[in-house]
Design a protein around this ligand. Structure first.
Ligand code: G3P
Length: 218
């Protein structure tokens, strides 16, 4: 299972990268805005900074919603760095654009996916990744992890190469549940990644080992 961080914050990306377990980064326009990154050139420069920190796929999202605009933007983003994956919304023109990018060898991440039917369209269009948003489904009293399971099972059945990238992860338990149902990738906030370290028995056990060592060795 690949491990991405879901942020545009360079310090957090560096911190996750330093752990040695990071495989990539996902961003979206809200995450870029949260970092105060505005203006086309600043946004493009920021993606390059991210690519220079992490040697793995970096999803950069288009903001156009029409076919020509998505193509224009996506080609520009893809030309920034070999690791850029063009993130395209699950809309009619988005699916057409994903098909175009797929034919041209430009990798894509189909985002804002909330149903198996949308995931089917993304796979048929040749998306590299599909991003179902599990936290936002949970917010609406719908089981987000169950959607991941459905998509993983059906993609496996039909042997679609599109990778299931579980997004909108809110906490460590989401990561564990996605692992159990076979997600190819999880993209997580740093807090959810750090939460995986925690277990009180680890802390108690370590303290015991250190105390016992000290008793004899000073
Ligand atoms: O990048 C998309 C996604 O992970 C958004 O997460 O927490 O805003 O629902 P969230």
């Amino acid at each position: 299972m690949k491990f991405f961080i879901d942020t545009a914050n360079l310090d957090q990306i560096r911190e996750a990268q330093d752990l040695g377990v990071l495989d990539g980064v996902t961003t979206n326009p809200s995450l870029m805005a949260k970092e105060g990154i505005a203006g086309e050139q600043n946004i493009l420069d920021h993606y390059v900074k991210i690519c220079n920190i992490v040697d793995g796929d970096v999803s950069a999202e288009v903001i156009s919603t029409d076919y020509e605009g998505i193509i224009r933007e996506g080609e520009k983003l893809a030309s920034l760095h070999k690791n850029i994956v063009v993130k395209v919304p699950m809309i009619k023109d988005g699916i057409k654009a994903i098909k175009y990018f797929s034919n041209k060898g430009i990798r894509t991440n189909c985002t804002l996916v909330f149903s198996p039917g949308q995931a089917l369209l993304a796979a048929k269009a040749g998306a590299t990744y599909v991003s179902p948003f599990i936290g936002r489904l949970d917010d609406h009293s719908t089981d987000g992890v169950e959607l991941i399971r459905q998509i993983v099972d059906t993609y496996n059945y039909y042997e679609f190469p599109t990778q299931v990238l579980a997004a909108s992860i809110r906490h460590s338990m989401h990561i564990i549940k996605c692992m159990e149902v076979g997600a190819d990738v999880v993209t997580c906030p740093l807090s959810a990644i750090m939460g995986l370290f925690k277990h009180p028995l680890t802390d108690i056990g370590l303290q015991q080992f250190l105390n016992d060592y000290k008793k004899l060795n000073g």
